[in-house]
Design a protein around this ligand. Sequence first.
Ligand code: ADP
Ligand code: MG
Length: 308
Amino acid sequence: MSTLQELELAAGKPKEVYGEDAKIVCDNLVRIYKTDGIEVQALQGLDLLVRGGELVAIVGASGSGKSTLLNILSGLDTPTAGVARVGGFDLLTMKGRDRLRYRRETVGFIWQQTARNLLPYLNAADNVALPMGFAGKKRRFAKRRADELLEMLGVAYCAGRRPGQMSGGEQQRVSIAVALANDPEVVFADEPTGELDSGTSQQVFDALRTANAELGVSIVVVTHDHEVTDQVQRTVEIRDGRTSTEVLRRGEHGGPAEQFAVLDRAGRVQLPREYIDDLRMRDRVRLTKDPDHIGVWPDLGSESREGE
Ligand code: ADP
Ligand code: MG
């Protein structure tokens, strides 16, 4: 019997596949980079579930593993260990032809560098039509869909312009249209507003929200912009290659924020740094179990011993 099964039996849970009904499943995801004999653990057992139609913001310090995660989920990089599944594709075992189809039809991608998203010698409409051509769509269909997407994202007036004739914000909104061209199940955006000022960032973010609301496509967006995280229902923080805390806002236009911690299958929880610091918790905390919650207390015993 595997350890996993033992754990599930011990927890008295019915056997089910983790994240069976989720659009994105990361379970204990690990990515180790090796360069010149030096190992960097970019992802150290990351857990994440995203449901179909969700818009999730991912935040975290530089170097915490956000781009590594998005590169894996978009099929550009392969994980070292763990589980990563998107829309039924297993990203660990996926090979050549499937990988190509996955990247072309299941997911869309928007990079931070505006120049990386669009071909400089094609106008906006042709940039959006291009991936549809690769997927074998008819020219007339592609042209019509490109116009519709540009219209939906508020950049129809840019249809005939090349990237060099558009602002950074306009280019990123056209890039969203390119990402949506083949009607993907998920769109990934890695700091798409990183090079933009805050007013323009807002327009790009509004475009992502429109795409999510109108098309029901799941969107995972990495952002540094904390104002933006006020506008999404779910913000996940990555710390040291693991998902640590989540902020959820329930209700239509984002109710009050509630903070959550990720509970992994081994029962591990990472407490928010500011809570730990405020309560001067260290090394060990005292736990109490109440009928409906668990209390976490500073270990005052050790502090008074220290003071002696
Ligand atoms: P973020 O996007 O959150 O800033 P990254 O995912 O880019 O973080 O990087 C996570 C860690 O992995 C960092 O320590 C980074 O230096 C390292 N890293 C990322 N890509 C590579 C690579 N191709 N080779 C070696 N180390 C890498
Ligand atoms: Mg990054």
